[in-house]
Write a new protein. Structure first.
Length: 280
């Protein structure tokens, strides 16, 4: 397994792979890898010849009061997990390499960024779209793998690739959960024992909403009332949003007709967690 920190070296490697007639599969991450990331790597390994994993905590997607400095990092453990999952290259640039002095170009997917997490995290998805566009241009993958836990991010990346004619096939992997249902996330490492127990309320609420829908309730107000009641019953939980929206537009809907996305963001202590499921 090769570790590359320099953009020029990464591009040289990718050029050589392409000239050899081989395909590149890419899994972008911010590190602190867990079983959710492993599912990306397992899927990626089956879809091409060379598997590239990036580890980069992207400062552009963190607001001034968010957890960039304290975001969990464990590069040695990440390397061990990457090697165990047959990653060929780990691309690990630093912030100065990605955003040198004088950097001033950004990418923004306007409409999709205005909903859900975009309401409480202004600028977040501009940072996400910018760094992913850069990584696509540097690594030149044939396929890129993203998790469905960050559903809005997934939709934004798909739209960006489409609009900018970036020839990358975007593949998604379902949410991986702990045995008690909590969606795996690097931010779970911030939770103390009491908060970790409280965090299960997200999954209980998601399951409640899905159960109500599957019993035939299509009225979103009724579904959301019960979902919010579950979350509010947990004293440590503070709701950022709980919404049901169109799977393609991310715009709020009143009635579930066909498929819809039920998504939530909840703070447990100082840690902001997200979860979602598809209704229908």
């Amino acid at each position: 397994m090769k570790v590359i920190k320099n953009i020029k070296e990464m591009r040289t490697f990718s050029d050589a792979v392409r000239k050899a007639g081989k395909s590149i599969v890419f899994a972008p991450t911010m590190g602190c890898l867990h079983r959710g990331h492993v599912s990306l790597l397992e899927k990626g390994r089956s879809l091409g010849d060379v598997l590239v994993l990036s580890i980069f905590v992207n400062p552009l997607q963190f607001g001034p009061k968010e957890d960039y400095a304290s975001y969990p990092r464990d590069f040695n453990a990440d390397l061990t997990l990457a090697e165990a999952n047959r990653v060929d290259v780990v691309f690990r640039p630093d912030a100065e390499e990605m955003y040198p002095d004088g950097y001033e170009t950004h990418v923004e997917v306007e409409r999709l960024s205005k909903h859900l997490c975009g309401l409480s995290r202004p600028g977040h998805f501009r940072g996400v779209a910018t760094v992913v566009a850069k990584l696509f241009n540097i690594i030149m993958p044939d396929t890129a793998i993203f998790g469905e836990k960050d559903f809005q991010q997934l939709m934004i990346i798909k739209k960006m690739a489409q609009d900018l004619n970036i020839g990358v096939n975007i593949v998604s992997v379902p949410i991986i959960r702990e045995p008690d249902g909590l969606a795996l996330s690097s931010r779970n490492n911030h939770l103390n024992r009491e908060e970790r127990k409280a965090a299960r309320c997200l999954y209980i609420a998601i399951k409640k909403g899905k159960d109500i829908f599957e019993r035939g309730v299509k009225d979103v107000d009724i579904i959301l009332k019960e979902v919010k009641r579950v979350v509010k019953a947990e004293p440590l939980a503070v709701i950022d949003y709980v919404k049901v929206c169109g799977v393609d537009t991310l715009e709020d809907v009143d009635i579930v007709a066909g498929k819809a996305l039920m998504a939530m963001a909840v703070r447990i202590g100082k840690t902001r967690l997200i979860d979602n499921c598809i209704l229908g």
